[in-house]
Design a protein around this ligand. Structure first.
Ligand SMILES: Cc1ncc(COP(=O)(O)O)c(C=O)c1O
Length: 389
């Protein structure tokens, strides 16, 4: 049966961060929550079925990741990304952000320089700064309707001795699906200056029509040897609450150093029973559901793009290449970002992610999460139009 993404599911009173924390985040309980990156859609039936089946057994003791768990990841990477990986390269992590934090711990020392490419997903800053490392900003360049990497600036930062680069591939919030050429250039520069690439590919499966995802580590054996990749079913299948994701590390030296932290020092490589069950079921049986989701998201993206271009031409949009997050520039309205957020929340009843949280270059932007039923998105756009800027 085709999934029904139009159906509105009331998520309030389920301890949903997106729906039940609006009073804390926006100062109002009743905003339309189009902010944190999860979806208002039910997960694939096969995932629910597998979890119910596991629930029939009444013991939930310690467990190990099964062969089928690892195989489901290997097969997914081959089928969806034409990327051949080995089971031995996979390390479980209880989320991608914790994986990024462990990478910082494993491969740098306090005081080391780590490059990020703002505006970018805000925990990239925290995992570096809160562990006493130094952030270097290789800011993205805004083109007409797309962002680009600033390679001359990147080379300067690499020359200054950066130990690591946190790559967001595809990029949240600017929505770029980086091309092979861009990634190759970045990969080769990092190799030249001995800078490790930590590639967060959590949005890899959410690619809009006309674009493809390239796993950084699929480019060449030498780039793979200098890359740690993070993937997960959490964005793809709306399973963030399962806190289960995977690091893929082909270089055995890097893998051992990572495992020494995740398993040795921190002892957090087990996860939870349902996380494993959900991951395996989603990767094994979720492909048709994902294809239907992508079709729906493409239509929602087209709807929002048409609406804003026709009815709110002062707002600037970028090409939406990947993720279900749309990055919108409000700067032409000449409203400061705090005032803008206030207006959207209190006049529009709209809960978007305010752009300045994503660091330099994010000011005067909003990130709109379109992973909701179309009717909700339509209401949001009507409310946006009704705001008197
Ligand atoms: C780029 C990126 N990385 C990581 C995460 C969160 O990952 P996790 O919940 O697995 O820690 C998000 C969530 O929005 C994200 O956009």
């Amino acid at each position: 049966m085709k999934p029904d993404f139009d159906k509105i599911i009331d998520r309030r009173h389920t301890n949903s961060l997106k729906h039940d924390s609006c009073d804390v985040v926006f100062g109002r309980e009743d905003v339309l929550p189009l902010w944190v990156a999860d979806m208002d859609f039910p997960v694939p039936e096969a995932v629910i079925g597998a979890m119910k089946k596991r629930l029939e057994h009444p013991v939930f003791g310690y467990f190990t990741h099964s062969e089928a768990f690892y195989q489901s990841i290997v097969d997914w990477m081959r089928r969806r990304h034409a990327w051949e990986i080995d089971k031995d390269w996979i390390c479980f992590t209880p989320g991608v952000v914790s994986g990024l934090a462990m990478s910082v711990q494993a491969f740098s020392r306090p005081g080391d320089k780590i490059i990020v490419q703002p505006p970018v997903y805000h925990p990239f800053y925290y995992v570096v700064e809160r562990q006493g490392r130094v952030l270097l900003y290789n800011k993205l360049i805004r083109g007409e309707d797309q962002y680009f990497m600033d390679f001359p600036d990147l080379e300067e930062k690499l020359k200054s001795g950066a130990k690591m680069l946190l790559l967001c591939n595809p990029h949240n919030p600017v929505g770029r699906s980086w091309t092979k050429e861009e990634l190759q250039k970045l990969g080769e520069l990092c190799l030249k200056y001995h800078c490790l690439v930590v590639s967060d590919e959590i949005h890899a499966d959410l690619i809009m029509k006309g674009y493809v995802h390239t796993p950084m580590a699929s480019l060449s054996p030498s780039i793979a040897g200098n890359t740690i990749t993070f993937m997960a079913p959490s964005k793809t299948f709306n399973l963030a609450g399962m806190a289960s994701s995977e690091a893929i590390i082909s270089n055995p030296v890097l893998r051992k150093a990572f495992f020494d932290i995740s398993n040795g020092a921190l002892h957090i490589n087990m996860g939870n029973t349902f996380g494993d069950v959900a991951l395996e079921a989603a990767y094994t049986h979720g492909e048709a559901w994902l294809d239907a989701l992508l079709e729906y998201l493409n239509k929602s993206s087209d709807y929002l793009t048409n609406f804003i271009s026709k009815k709110l031409p002062a707002l600037r949009l970028y090409r939406h290449e990947a993720t279900y997050l749309i990055w919108v520039d409000f700067s032409a309205l000449g409203v400061g970002h705090k005032a803008l957020q206030n207006k959207l929340v209190h006049e529009g009843g709209l809960g978007f992610s305010e752009g300045s949280i994503f660091g330099p270059g994010g000011e005067h932007h909003m990130r709109i999460n379109i992973a909701c039923p179309r009717s909700v998105l339509e209401t949001a756009m009507e409310r946006l139009q009704a705001c008197r800027f």
